[in-house]
Design a protein around this ligand. Structure first.
Ligand SMILES: NC(=O)c1ccc[n+]([C@@H]2O[C@H](COP(=O)([O-])OP(=O)(O)OC[C@H]3O[C@@H](n4cnc5c(N)ncnc54)[C@H](OP(=O)(O)O)[C@@H]3O)[C@@H](O)[C@H]2O)c1
Length: 273
């Protein structure tokens, strides 16, 4: 029986992935900040809950030590949240917390697993959830995008670095998902100068003019399952129509095409009107 270790399994995509892998006969180590509050995953066979805040280095160490006693094959770096608003208004603490969670949290969790996979001669796999915003950026999520772009580069480099030991690194880049992300995982920073742009973006979401297509977390979990099981040396899995569009705009049509698309969508000109 294969085992997957998941971060941020308390909700959304992390929980959907935990359910799916469990249903397909895997052992699941579902980690979350408050396992005592979990009422669904703890009832499933072959699911172990462990406490994990990815910003807490001591807890990361302890939880991984516990997890590897029974063997781990795949690590899913899923935990993350979005800092949104005008960059000018971000405090140092807000920026640091975003980097601590989305970027350093992933590094912190992955590093001991690389050592474990190498020393145990295990063909381990590390799958990291990035975002369409890690392929083509949008305004008002600059530091979030920075973390997700960084994860794409890091994961690619890691893959080349540890392939020699039979270890692989992959990313799954979802577009918009129907999770509680907006309600629970967006840290909004208000700034008067950026309110008109923010309002334009929000009304674009509401009237559908941004062409955002929300995928169900269960659909994105299927792509994570594919990444974990297809045995292919593929580095990145685009997950959902928005991610496919972001990659097409950015890679096939080029950076300029994406920039024109953003200007058209939000009608941004030099006067910010
Ligand atoms: N939703 C989208 O539209 C979308 C699009 C592209 C990419 N993503 C990415 O998908 C991933 C999952 O997001 P989601 O949409 O499923 O949102 P979600 O339902 O809000 O899940 C986010 C998870 O991350 C956990 N988390 C946050 N900070 C943490 C920390 N310091 N330590 C451990 N866990 C922490 C949360 O735990 P708590 O329950 O303790 O808060 C929660 O389980 C994120 O990496 C996100 O950036 C989301």
């Amino acid at each position: 029986m294969q085992t997957i270790f998941i971060t941020g399994a308390s909700s959304g995509l992390g929980k959907a992935a935990a359910r799916l892998f469990q249903a397909r006969g895997w052992k699941v180590i579902a980690t979350m900040r408050n396992p005592e509050k979990e009422t669904e995953l703890d009832r499933l066979a072959n699911v172990t809950l462990l406490p994990l805040d990815v910003t807490d280095a001591a807890q990361v160490k302890l939880t991984i030590q516990k997890a590897i006693t029974s063997g781990v094959d795949v690590v899913l770096n899923n935990a993350g949240y979005g800092l949104v608003g005008g960059f000018e208004g971000y405090s140092d603490d807000q920026i640091r917390k975003q980097l601590e969670t989305n970027l350093l949290g992933v590094f912190r969790v992955s590093q001991p697993f690389v050592t474990y996979f190498r020393e145990q001669n295990r063909k381990g796999l590390v799958v990291t959830v990035t975002s369409a915003a890690g392929i083509a950026a949008n305004p008002l999520a600059s530091v979030y995008s920075a973390t997700k772009f960084a994860l794409e580069g890091w994961s690619e480099a890691m893959n080349y670095e540890v392939n020699q030991f039979g270890i692989r690194f992959k990313t799954v880049a979802p577009g918009a998902m129907n999770t509680d992300y907006v309600g629970r995982s967006l840290a909004f920073v208000a700034h008067d100068a950026y309110s008109p742009l923010w309002n334009k973006m929000m009304s674009g979401f509401e009237d559908g003019s941004t062409n955002v297509v929300f995928s169900e977390p269960s659909e994105i979990a299927e792509i994570i399952y594919q990444a974990a099981t297809d045995g292919k040396p593929q580095l990145r899995y685009l997950a959902g129509p928005d991610a496919v569009n972001a990659a097409r705009e950015r890679q096939e049509m080029g950076l300029q095409a994406h920039s024109e698309q953003i200007s058209k969508l939000y009608q941004i000109n030099e006067n910010g009107k």
